[in-house]
Design a protein around this ligand. Structure first.
Ligand SMILES: [Zn+2]
Length: 172
């Protein structure tokens, strides 16, 4: 069996050697036979497409695959968006305390930098900040009014208590 195969190969080799040149079916160029990959399935032992065209083709396929993977990944993410949202929501609820602690720790560690940054931002965006504040005030007008009312009331109460205390003090 091996012998027959060997014989076949020899014949093939001879056939191949006879044909020194070949025309590439892709680029149509006439090239020396060594520029074509060996292909035993082929009648004359070489591929119809030259090596250059072959590598170009495989490169194209490679990039196509990458695109497919990228697009596929995007599709996967898209179809699992809801699932991920629910998962993240659940995670936030389950780890509420832990996340809160972590955020607080982070804030404590970066307090100075955060303050510095917001001050810097404020100095550079004074006008924008003023407008934002104005808008906030307009939107929360009722809330502010209520807060101010309560604040004044509280202040009066404290003052009153202090007055009584003072009076009491004077009485003694
Ligand atoms: Zn070619």
């Amino acid at each position: 069996m091996a012998l027959i195969r060997k014989r076949e190969e020899e014949l093939e080799e001879r056939e191949t050697r006879k044909m020194i040149f070949r025309i590439c079916s892709k680029c149509g160029e006439r090239k020396i036979i060594s520029k074509f990959t060996r292909d035993r399935r082929s009648k004359n032992g070489r591929t119809k497409v030259c090596k250059v065209c072959q590598s170009r083709e495989s490169l194209r396929r490679y990039y196509e695959d990458i695109d497919r993977v990228k697009i596929g990944g995007g599709l996967y993410r898209e179809s699992h968006k809801e699932e991920r949202k629910i998962y993240n929501e659940k995670y936030r609820i389950d780890h509420k305390e832990e996340l809160k602690k972590r955020a607080k720790k982070w804030y404590e560690q970066n307090k100075k930098a955060i303050k510095k940054r917001s001050l810097l931002y404020y100095n550079e965006h004074k006008e924008e900040c003023r407008i934002t504040r104005e808008i906030w005030r307009l939107v929360n007008r009722e809330k502010i009014k209520k807060y101010n009312k309560e604040y004044k009331k509280r202040k009066r109460e404290v003052k009153g208590e202090q007055g009584i205390f003072k009076k009491g003090g004077l009485c003694v």
